[in-house]
Design a protein around this ligand. Structure first.
Ligand SMILES: [Zn+2]
Length: 257
């Protein structure tokens, strides 16, 4: 069994064949999928999808790209959605100083506010960090607490990974770890403790090798897991089992469906 810990099944890319995509994943051994909201509308849609399929769970949150439009009222509406039965996490939230679709100030404000709400709601965090490692650590450390959550699509070095693990986080890898030039990310995937490692697609984006260039979908998480198993020199089954257990524990998913 494998779990895709981070998918965006609400996106238009799946409108034509969402049913088949989910069926393919389940039949291919991807037993659970967490589909992730990026704003109010997409969080609502994520919940709808999760309600429709027993294999799917949802996360609600405001992505840093959308932070400019995240007002307090929207965040309070998200808080309301967070108590829906299939919502298992708050995310994705975080900082993206690479694309800067929203201003860094607004990103920081939306991130801090959502850290508070998620902790009030008792939900684990799904965090996006692109070119914002220093600010991410500063904000997390300033709260002087332990966390429950995952740093998704990890792009930092081993020291950053270990600092985040010390704070309580898991580290998750996407298809980028399969790319030829991803030597630094691969080094992290080899060295971090297995009990903190998760795999994900971030589909429809970041399709792993050998399917790079095509639309990504939850079934393809296999290629990412295979690559990490190979890098760590463990059996695929062992890596699949460990990452599934880690994901079930993090998001408090039922052991059986
Ligand atoms: Zn994502």
């Amino acid at each position: 069994m494998l779990i895709d810990s981070h998918a965006h099944l609400d996106m238009d890319d799946f409108d034509a064949d969402r049913d088949q995509v989910i069926k393919r994943a389940v039949e291919g051994g991807v037993a659970r999928i967490v589909t992730i909201g990026t704003d109010l509308a997409s969080s609502r849609k994520a919940i709808e999808i999760a309600k429709k399929y027993k294999h799917i769970y949802a996360a609600v949150g405001y992505h840093p790209h959308n932070a400019d439009e995240a007002d307090l009222r929207d965040l309070e509406k998200l808080r309301g959605l967070a108590s829906e039965p299939k919502v298992v996490a708050w995310g994705e939230i975080g900082l993206d100083f690479f694309r800067r679709h929203s201003s860094p100030e607004k990103q920081v404000r939306a991130f801090e506010r959502q850290l508070d709400i998620a902790s009030e709601q008792g939900l684990p965090l799904i965090i996006h960090d692109r070119d914002a490692h220093t600010d991410l650590l500063r904000i997390l450390n300033s709260r002087k607490r332990q966390y429950r959550g995952v740093i998704h699509c990890f792009s930092g070095d081993y020291d950053l990974a270990m600092a985040l693990i010390e704070l309580g986080f898991c580290i998750s890898f996407t298809g980028t770890v399969t790319y030829k030039n991803a030597v630094d990310t691969q080094a992290v995937a080899i060295r971090i403790p297995l009990e903190r490692l998760l795999v994900e697609t971030d589909c429809p984006y970041l399709t792993p090798v050998p399917l790079r260039g095509k639309r990504n979908e939850p079934l393809h998480v296999k290629h990412t897991a295979e690559k990490i198993a190979q890098l760590r020199q463990v059996d695929f089954e062992e890596l699949a089992r460990a990452t599934s257990v880690n994901t079930i524990r993090l998001f408090n998913l039922p052991e059986t469906l």
